[in-house]
Design a protein around this ligand. Structure first.
Ligand SMILES: *Cc1c(COP(=O)(O)O)cnc(C)c1O
Length: 348
């Protein structure tokens, strides 16, 4: 199978498994796992923050950060299609008791007036009646926006505007390293104005488990308490952290190959009659396309392709393709051939 469903499909390589096998370990819950300590120190430095915490998943990082930055009844603002709103089982409402409000955008990226308009619409600007908005969650790259990289001046200005309105800013950086590689900016530069941020190791970085959440010392101390509350503190977690350290050493620069492969796939799709790229050419490793012009529903097209060995996911009436470590350039070309075959265009 050619797995274009998600960059979570990556399997640990033999060399990563060797790093896992050799890991020094201790009791992580007591802050005594040396490999976890090396990882959190390194990621704190990478993101330019004072401290960091190892967390089992990215979703748990969002759960913890939303709870740390808000009190029940307050408002969490996020772009309409943000993962924290669309794909986390309603956890922000359940665990943090916050109201959530969507911000309209193009491809996941908006500007200070859009933030101000949302605050105004919900009555959150100082008034005795409206709810209190206290947190803005941003996503970079933006997954459902098509792997969009925020232009840095825009990202900075939205952070400044949020702070001016008294909001904290949390960055869902599931693919922050993709944004860094694509833009040439350091992760620390991208995160300069956010109050907390995390990176996922189980997406394009190719590790089997783990995410790291970073922020001020005070924030991380509270995050540690909340992680205990949701059952996310671990024991000999150096086993997992060793894979993450390996990924930082060996899987960062190669993300550029995933971006080139996504672009190659998009350029191939663009030539196929009836296929429309929903967001144009991809900036990173995610693209969405619409096969309806060729007479297919997204689900029907995904099913027909699966029968030819290419796995893709239908998302909201379109199809998402994600490139990663376990998809080669040759497989991209094979996937394009399979797509032409499904459409009866092979050889034309
Ligand atoms: C995958 C993803 C998450 C959740 O991360 P997990 O490690 O799968 O829990 C959060 N935000 C975005 C944008 C993601 O793509």
């Amino acid at each position: 199978m050619i797995l274009l469903t998600s960059d979570t499909e990556t399997r640990p390589t033999a060399a990563m498994r060797a790093a896992i096998a050799a890991a020094e370990v201790g009791d992580e819950q007591k802050d005594e796992d040396p490999t976890v300590l090396r990882l959190t120190e390194r990621v704190a430095g990478l993101l330019g923050k004072e401290a960091a915490l190892f967390v089992p998943s990215g979703t748990m990082c969002n759960v913890i950060a939303v709870r740390a930055h808000t009190r029940p009844g307050e408002v969490l603002l996020a772009e309409r299609d943000a993962h924290v709103l669309r794909a986390e089982g309603g956890g922000a409402g359940m665990i943090s008791g916050v109201m959530t409000e969507p911000i309209e955008s193009g491809r996941g990226v908006f500007d200070p007036p859009a933030l101000a308009a949302t605050l105004d619409r919900i009555g959150a600007l100082p008034s005795p009646w409206g709810p209190r908005a206290t947190l803005l969650c941003l996503e970079n790259t933006h997954n459902f926006g098509g792997g969009t990289v925020w232009p840095q001046p825009r990202f900075d200005s939205v952070c400044d505007a949020a702070h001016a309105h008294g909001l904290k800013v949390h960055l869902d950086g599931a693919r922050l390293i993709n944004a860094s590689v694509a833009s040439g900016l350091s992760a620390a530069r991208i995160c300069e104005r956010v109050d907390s941020a995390w990176i996922d190791f189980t997406k394009g970085l190719g590790a089997p488990i783990g995410a790291v959440l970073a922020g001020s010392r005070e924030f991380v101390a509270e995050a540690r308490r909340l992680r205990q509350m949701v059952g996310g503190a671990m024991r000999q977690a150096g086993i997992a952290a060793a894979a993450c350290l390996y990924a930082l050493d060996h899987h960062v620069d190669r993300l550029a190959e995933d971006h080139a492969n996504a672009r190659r796939l998009a350029e191939g799709l663009r030539e196929i009659p009836g296929i429309r790229l929903v967001h144009g050419l991809p900036e990173t490793n995610i693209l969405f396309f619409d096969p309806s012009g060729a007479g297919f529903t997204a689900a029907g097209f995904a099913q027909a392709l699966a029968a030819k060995g290419v796995k893709l996911v239908p998302v909201a009436g379109t199809i998402r393709a994600v490139t990663h470590l376990d998809v080669s350039r040759r497989q991209i070309d094979e996937a394009l051939i399979a797509i032409r075959e499904v459409l009866g265009l092979h050889g034309r």
